[in-house]
Design a protein around this ligand. Structure first.
Ligand SMILES: Nc1ncnc2c1ncn2[C@@H]1O[C@H](COP(=O)(O)OP(=O)(O)OP(=O)(O)O)[C@@H](O)[C@H]1O
Ligand SMILES: [Mg+2]
Length: 273
């Protein structure tokens, strides 16, 4: 099948999924999944452990074949135009894929070389700057905090400048401050026109980030809408007069400070001898 001209890819949703089904032997994980993701938007796929979020992402990234249904990414069919899909995406998996022995900058330069990008050093420096890793750039990744690793991981996935990016649980295991830093990075991506599909188990993450939220449950998307649309599914809130206590997250952020700027310093003082 021929690859459609670029103009076709510039129109329509960045991701179109229809009737996707997938079983692992007897286990029917996806039973007809449908959704679209508009270009330049952030779409959150929510679901409990084992709901099938990673399975959806793997199918969209052409790492896994669906049993039935169709999916297009950037206009390319995942089943028949895998090369086109792969050129259009990057995938940041559930577990960080950075090389511990190398520095953050070396990791980025390596990936830029693999992509045959011109001027890998400049690309690395730009990305380090964008993800507030400039100071930490020359340090071995082994000395990074979880949040710094995640940011580096996302930065690495941007080296190829893909129009669509998949983030599978980008903030699992991060502290509240590091999560906010990753959220800021993701928001900036979408503002720059990148389409982001992220999976998460955290409701607040979807609330903070996503233009649309879909809930995957028992093999299907059971709701799909904006936060406001999802909130309307419930009866109107009862009006009660209570003293609002700060949430634990408010307290945590107030005590440790939520600037995010001192992340490197925090690490530098605690890990460098
Ligand atoms: N290669 C595989 N072989 C057999 N079963 C699998 C395989 N991969 C996933 N599964 C099962 O399919 C179901 C969906 O898995 P998946 O990883 O897609 O869920 P998830 O929503 O990403 O979960 P989590 O939130 O834990 O990451 C789970 O029950 C899982 O055990
Ligand atoms: Mg998963």
């Amino acid at each position: 099948m021929s690859i459609p001209p670029a103009t076709d890819q510039a129109q329509g949703p960045a991701i179109q999924v229809q009737g996707l089904e997938k079983s692992y032997k007897e286990l029917r994980v996806l039973r007809g999944v449908d959704f679209d993701v508009a270009r330049g938007s952030i779409f959150a796929l929510l679901g409990s452990n084992g709901a099938g979020k990673t399975t959806v992402v793997k199918i969209l990234a052409t790492l896994l074949k669906a049993d039935a249904g169709t999916a297009r990414v950037n206009g390319f069919d995942v089943g028949t135009q895998a090369a086109g899909v792969r050129q259009s995406i990057s995938l940041t998996g559930q577990f960080a894929a950075v090389d511990e022995i190398l520095s953050g900058r070396e990791n980025l330069v390596l990936v830029a070389r693999l992509w045959h990008r011109k001027n890998p050093g400049k690309i690395a420096d730009d990305l380090l700057n964008r993800f507030s890793l400039t100071e930490a750039g020359s340090r071995r990744v082994a000395t990074y905090s979880g949040g710094m690793r995640r940011r580096l991981d996302i930065a690495m996935s941007l080296v190829g400048n893909p129009p669509v990016i998949f983030l599978d649980e980008p903030t699992t295991g991060l502290d509240p401050q590091a999560r906010i830093e990753v959220w800021q990075a993701v928001k900036q991506l979408a503002e720059g026109g990148t389409t982001v599909l992220l999976t998460t188990q955290y409701l607040d993450e979807a609330e903070q980030l996503a233009d649309r939220i879909a809930i995957l449950h028992q093999g299907r998307i059971i709701v799909n809408g904006t936060l406001a649309e999802l909130q309307q599914l419930l009866p109107p809130a009862k009006v009660e007069y209570v003293e609002k206590q700060p949430s634990l997250e408010d307290v945590f952020l107030a005590v440790v400070g939520d600037s995010g700027e001192d992340d490197h310093d925090r690490q530098t003082t605690s890990t460098e001898k």
